[in-house]
Design a protein around this ligand. Structure first.
Ligand code: HEC
Ligand code: HEC
Ligand code: HEC
Ligand code: HEC
Ligand code: HEC
Ligand code: HEC
Length: 357
């Protein structure tokens, strides 16, 4: 088996790893995202022999997670999507990220990312990302589909976007990537989405403010804007959707210019703040879509507020076309928008009054 050192958990890169793994893992106590450092439990995902008849309790007790129907490469318990969804779908062990019904560890939350579907399996209407899909990423240049990256025959998986080992690499500026997102999705590298998780104080130099560890309700996080001309999450999405909504301009003109995007009649996803009439429209609503803020103030939002990709789209998807968030501003917030939201115009009217830009 060919091992790429840069894809290994930090703890196993050293030649001494066999003896050091346990000691190193125990020594690292930084509170980070799940599946990193102290919460990276090898046996969650790997099995040493393709057979397991006992749990990991001292007397062999404990839950035994299912194994796939045949032995997997890299000693994985099952193929990647089956493996991840064995905990992340309908199991109280973890957050349910698949399909509308949320029967995971965090019942009833409005998942910030919405939910995924599985190609050929999920039947309910769904817009956004479909696991196992072989489709090209719309707007990708050069063309990117999961087939261009994965083992032949394997469509889109969780680890095309997330790092299974939650390891952002040694040159990451803060040592922790938001939601264990990969820093090299698509054909890119060094796409950092930094976050801070200190309750009370928000570090405005980090891209995301997470109010409580392991809480994934949209109300528990917000987008900072450390650089007013840049959106870290937009650059991350554009790794696969290069030319989408004018993103190609960023590539064509090094450094990027919001004016070029406006000139080419594309909707801004960074660099353009809400104008005064938009601010009053936005603040008049009770339920609001997420915008980035330079000063860390979202309610009421000010003249530093900026829309980005996840203002309009759920990262995993929802029941609406393209995972768009139909949020009318009234009613109860939902992953589709809110209980009174019915069309894309609801989304536009979050900032543009009466449908006119
Ligand atoms: C959340 C699930 C998960 C956990 C926990 C996990 N791994 Fe992995 N690991 C994976 C997946 C998925 C791959 C396959 C990556 C790929 O194909 O690119 C992998 C690949 C590997 C590889 C092969 C690397 C390569 O590039 O081929 C090694 C070695 C490895 N893991 C060791 C570990 C060790 C040691 C631990 C515990 C410290 C661990 N893993 C914890 C999911 C996990
Ligand atoms: C053995 C169960 C288990 C398996 C298998 C598993 N996870 Fe998790 N995962 C968890 C738990 C527990 C959490 C944290 C609590 C929660 O989700 O409610 C978590 C959290 C996460 C998070 C959010 C991290 C954060 O704190 O922001 C991501 C992303 C994630 N998992 C991805 C994956 C991927 C990708 C795979 C497959 C390679 C996978 N998980 C497999 C149990 C599991
Ligand atoms: C690793 C590559 C990759 C990344 C990163 C990525 N996407 Fe995608 N995206 C795809 C692929 C492949 C498809 C087509 C297959 C599918 O629908 O899942 C797609 C499809 C879509 C679609 C169309 C879905 C539909 O219903 O037709 C939207 C919208 C989208 N992505 C938005 C985003 C947003 C927003 C982000 C950032 C949060 C993002 N993508 C990040 C690969 C990616
Ligand atoms: C196309 C890229 C993509 C794929 C595929 C993907 N994720 Fe995510 N995921 C994201 C992004 C981006 C976020 C953070 C978005 C946000 O906060 O708005 C996220 C957030 C999460 C979270 C935090 C919960 C939440 O609602 O924010 C978990 C847990 C998670 N992903 C697990 C998974 C698992 C497990 C899979 C596969 C079953 C998977 N993801 C597939 C991009 C992806
Ligand atoms: C102001 C809201 C808004 C923002 C911001 C936004 N989008 Fe969209 N996006 C839409 C709408 C509406 C559609 C569907 C109609 C269309 O294509 O114009 C769409 C469609 C898409 C599609 C599907 C296109 C296709 O041809 O299948 C992708 C992929 C996508 N967006 C990705 C992104 C990415 C990546 C970003 C950030 C760089 C982003 N969007 C920012 C509103 C938005
Ligand atoms: C979160 C706020 C927000 C939402 C939601 C939003 N927009 Fe915008 N929109 C903006 C901002 C900010 C600008 C840039 C204003 C400027 O020119 O400085 C803009 C600009 C525009 C423009 C002018 C683009 C140009 O080339 O000058 C159009 C057209 C537009 N939006 C349409 C839409 C549509 C259609 C939707 C719904 C799919 C939508 N917007 C949703 C904030 C938003």
């Amino acid at each position: 088996m060919l091992l790429r050192a840069d894809r290994l958990p930090t703890a196993v890169r050293s030649p001494w790893s066999a003896v050091l793994v346990v000691a190193v893992l125990a020594a690292l106590a930084r509170a980070g995202d799940y599946h990193s450092e102290t919460t990276l439990r090898c046996s969650d995902c790997h099995v040493m022999h393709y057979s397991q008849s006992h749990g990991y309790g001292s007397n062999g007790s404990g839950l035994v997670r299912p194994l796939g129907s045949f032995a997997m490469p890299k000693l994985l318990r099952a193929s990647v999507n089956d493996l991840c969804t064995s905990c992340h779908d309908g199991d109280l062990a973890a957050t349910d990220v698949l399909d509308a019904e949320n029967t995971g560890s965090q019942l009833g939350i409005v998942r910030a990312s919405g939910y995924l579907a599985r190609d050929g399996v999920s039947t309910a209407p769904h817009g956004g990302h479909r696991l196992d899909s072989f489709d090209l990423a719309p707007g990708s240049s050069p063309s990117w589909s999961a087939a261009s990256e994965n083992t032949p025959g394997v469509g889109l998986t969780c680890i095309n976007c997330h790092d299974a080992h939650g390891d952002p690499g040694s040159n990451h500026p803060t040592g922790g990537q938001y939601r264990n997102l990969r820093d090299d999705p698509g054909f890119s590298s060094n796409l950092w989405v930094t976050y801070n998780q200190t309750s009370g104080a928000n570090d405005l130099m980090r891209d995301v403010y997470v109010r409580q560890p392991l809480a994934y309700d949209e109300a528990m996080m917000d987008w900072n804007e450390p650089n007013p001309n840049r959106s870290a999450i937009a650059r991350w999405c554009l790794a696969c959707h290069t030319d989408m909504h004018g993103g190609g301009n960023l590539k064509a003109f090094a450094g990027g210019s919001q004016n070029l995007i406006a000139l080419l009649d594309e909707h801004p996803f960074e660099g353009e703040d809400l104008e005064n009439d938009m601010i009053s429209q936005y603040n008049s609503l009770v339920n609001r879509v997420k915008v980035m803020s330079e000063i860390g103030q979202w309610s009421p939002a000010g003249s530093d507020a900026t829309p980005t990709c996840v203002t309009c789209h759920r990262a995993h998807g929802n029941a609406n076309p393209y995972g768009l968030i139909f949020r009318s501003g009234t009613g109860i917030p939902t992953e589709n928008g809110d209980t009174n939201g019915t069309t894309v115009t609801n989304l536009c009217n979050q900032c543009h009054e009466g449908g006119t830009p």
